[in-house]
Design a protein around this ligand. Structure first.
Ligand SMILES: NC(=O)c1ccc[n+]([C@@H]2O[C@H](COP(=O)([O-])OP(=O)(O)OC[C@H]3O[C@@H](n4cnc5c(N)ncnc54)[C@H](OP(=O)(O)O)[C@@H]3O)[C@@H](O)[C@H]2O)c1
Length: 259
């Protein structure tokens, strides 16, 4: 299928590795020029070089932190009129809400709700004026299936999803859609970090916990980042203009509900 987005410009925040990088690669494979943003320059430059070598599209890199005003400004300066925006950043550390301070909550809100909303604010009106826009937020299955140890994610990401649900209905008439991808367990640095954080006093090894999580998934495996990247590319395609305000679980079937 030709996704019909060759020559479009995409701004992808949190795209030097893992799921964000996979989204950048999938879009680049469709001929989209990509600007990728992350906080650390070395991995970012390496990712940019890999994507450019693999696809031949124009790849721009910008160092920036989505949780700061300066970081968001650097991202937009590198790609001032994006047709496509991907919002992505670190997830939270697991823990017990009794230990979290107000500052912990504000940091979580900045990364998982307010930073993405600000990025949307900085780009959505231009998309609407130009008559094309695709905004995708990498969220988590935790907004449909709360994870006991991830209260910061359960809370902060639900705020983003609720906000997007309202805004997405106001932009679609101008061919600007906003959707959320809800990953289950994917094989990435963040997933490995999460599993390390779960070991605690369990007495189990990393490999035991890692494999048990795969075995507990109906697909019996972790997701591959490229699988999520492909979903992102489709949501950003010309064909997806009638899909907005949706929360797409990409989780191997682990969410147990019919709806
Ligand atoms: N992997 C999973 O199984 C899974 C499941 C559910 C939800 N998620 C969520 O999906 C998101 C992506 O996961 P992942 O596994 O791809 O993570 P990852 O491998 O750790 O990659 C995160 C990417 O975002 C960048 N980044 C992080 N914080 C940033 C910030 N404040 N500003 C700009 N860039 C930032 C990182 O680069 P720098 O560190 O250099 O900034 C990196 O490029 C996370 O929020 C995660 O919680 C993942």
């Amino acid at each position: 299928m030709d996704l019909g987005i060759r020559g479009k410009k995409a701004l992808l925040v949190g795209a030097s590795r893992g799921l964000g990088k996979a989204c950048a690669l999938a879009l680049a494979q469709e001929g989209v020029d990509v600007t990728i943003v992350a906080r650390r320059r070395d991995a970012l430059e390496q990712a940019g070089a890999e994507i450019a070598a693999a696809t031949g599209v124009k790849v721009t890199t910008a160092v920036g932190d989505i949780t700061t005003k300066e970081g968001r400004a650097a991202a937009v300066a590198a790609c001032p009129a994006p047709d496509i925006l991907l919002n992505n950043a670190d997830g939270p550390s697991p823990g017990d809400f009794r230990q979290w301070s107000r500052d912990d909550w504000l940091a979580a809100l900045d990364a998982m709700m307010l930073g993405p909303i600000e990025m949307i604010r900085l780009t959505v009106d231009g998309m609407m004026a130009r008559g094309f826009g695709r905004i995708v937020n990498i969220v988590s299955r935790s907004v449909k299936s709360p994870q006991p140890e991830l209260g910061l994610s359960n809370g902060a990401r639900s705020g983003l999803v609720g906000f997007v649900g309202g805004l997405a209905r106001q932009t679609v008439a101008r061919n600007v859609t906003i959707n959320n991808l809800l990953p289950g367990i994917f094989d990435s640095d963040a997933q490995r970090q999460h599993v390390r954080g779960m070991l605690g006093a369990s007495g189990k090894s990393f490999d035991q916990v890692w494999q048990a999580r795969a075995a507990a998934n109906p697909a019996k495996r972790y997701g591959r980042p490229a699988e999520l990247g492909a979903c992102c590319a489709f949501l950003c395609s010309q064909h997806a203009g009638y899909i907005t305000g949706q929360n797409l679980l990409v989780d191997g079937g682990s969410y147990p509900g019919t709806y």
